[in-house]
Write a protein that binds this ligand. Structure first.
Ligand SMILES: Nc1ncnc2c1ncn2[C@@H]1O[C@H](COP(=O)(O)OP(=O)(O)O)[C@@H](O)[C@H]1O
Ligand SMILES: [Mg+2]
Length: 360
């Protein structure tokens, strides 16, 4: 059974619809990333679940019970706010103990529970400090400990890592994942950062303009995006706009782009229907001009150009290839020594499978 069930939630601010008919069920123990651009309604959705905002329409059910009439502290939901919102006049230990006292945990049990929570987030040594004496990452851990202390049925994290610098964000991301797994908490992690969403969530829910546009595994979201918005928002891509030419041959439809390129796809032929074509940069191989596939091999796209720019970024090399009509293509290759190095101005052939072109 779903621990959390949102049924047709709509929240309006005046005429503006911030959350638009959102329905979502989450199973016990699942970690779901709610991903979308700033302003798409993620925080509002969390606030509705936690009971800080009442929806205009729809219901929130926790373990099958409609919690619409319950106040936030009565809902057994742990929320970590984007800015952590620690109580500034309380120590770390008092912050973590707060929810426990509020919920009537016997006083004798509180210190043990606080210790356990602080050990979970590796903050035992700082329990007497005040929030202003902590770094951003440390505050984040305390906020998490405070949210988990009451053993909530649902944990809601609003952009938990966004206030941290890039390196720390990466470290804490893994740690957060481990903590959530170890407590088995049913969790929604809100983020606008696709990498964070893909790495933290067992499942991704993509939101756009107040609506859920796709739900699926990280792989499904990346490889089979439901629409152009999802494809553009998740991952890097090369985009072309084209019109289909001729007819479908052996399951291949060829598009002619505005820049005059021919791009073969595996999509169904729709005469007169222009389409947006998307190619992920890691699907583009760079080979010698004249090499590979053969021009009549319908399986491949073979586009000749010259290397316009190359950036060795650690494990990857980002190569921008300039094709005909100054059309540029980003290819990402593994940085595996000499064979993967390219010189600016070098002629090169971009090769990618027709089946790797996403058509919208
Ligand atoms: N209290 C409010 N009053 C009016 N508009 C609001 C209020 N809270 C949020 N909004 C608007 O609702 C939309 C969604 O906000 P929010 O849920 O915070 O988005 P996100 O968390 O995805 O960035 C935004 O356009 C925001 O300006
Ligand atoms: Mg937000």
């Amino acid at each position: 059974m779903n621990v959390l069930e949102l049924a047709n939630i709509t929240k309006k601010y005046g005429e503006f619809t911030a959350v638009d008919d959102v329905s979502l069920g989450i199973e016990k123990g699942a970690v779901v990333s709610l991903l979308g651009p700033s302003g798409c309604g993620k925080t509002t959705t969390l606030r509705v679940i936690a009971g800080f905002t009442s929806p205009n329409r729809g219901a929130v059910k926790i373990s099958g019970v409609d919690v619409g009439h319950l106040r936030p502290y009565e809902r057994n939901v742990g929320l970590v706010f984007q800015d952590y919102a620690l109580f500034p006049h309380m120590t770390v230990a008092q912050n973590v103990a707060y929810g426990l006292r509020y919920r009537g945990t016997p006083a004798a049990d509180i210190p043990g529970c606080v210790r356990q929570m602080l050990s979970l987030v590796r903050m035992e040594s700082m329990q007497l400090r005040f929030p202003r004496q902590l770094s951003g990452g440390q505050q984040q851990r305390v906020a998490l400990a405070r949210a988990l202390a009451t053993d909530p049925q649902i944990v809601l994290l609003d952009e938990p890592l966004s206030a941290l610098d890039a390196k720390l964000r990466l470290e804490l991301r893994l740690e957060l994942k481990e903590i959530l797994r170890s407590v088995g908490a049913t969790t929604i992690v809100v983020t606008h950062d696709q990498e964070e969403a893909l790495s933290l969530g067992d499942e991704i829910v993509v939101m756009h303009n107040g609506k859920i546009v796709q739900r699926g595994s990280p792989t499904a979201i990346y490889e089979t995006p439901a629409d152009k918005f999802v494809a553009e928002f998740v991952g890097r891509s090369n985009w072309f706009h084209g019109l289909p030419r001729g007819e479908c041959q052996n399951g291949v439809t060829t598009y002619i782009t505005s820049g005059g390129l021919e791009i073969r796809t595996r999509s169904r032929f729709d005469p007169g229907g222009s389409a947006d074509l998307c190619i992920r940069p890691e699907h583009i191989e760079l080979v010698e001009v004249g090499a590979g596939g053969g021009d009549d091999d319908l399986k491949y796209n073979l586009l000749d150009g010259v290397v316009f720019d190359t950036a060795p970024l650690g494990a990857d090399v980002h190569v921008v290839v300039e094709l005909a009509e100054k059309t540029r293509l980003l290819a990402i290759r593994k940085n595996i020594g000499k064979g993967s190095r390219f010189a600016t101005g070098q002629p090169v052939r971009a090769r990618f499978l027709a089946s790797d072109v996403l058509v919208f």
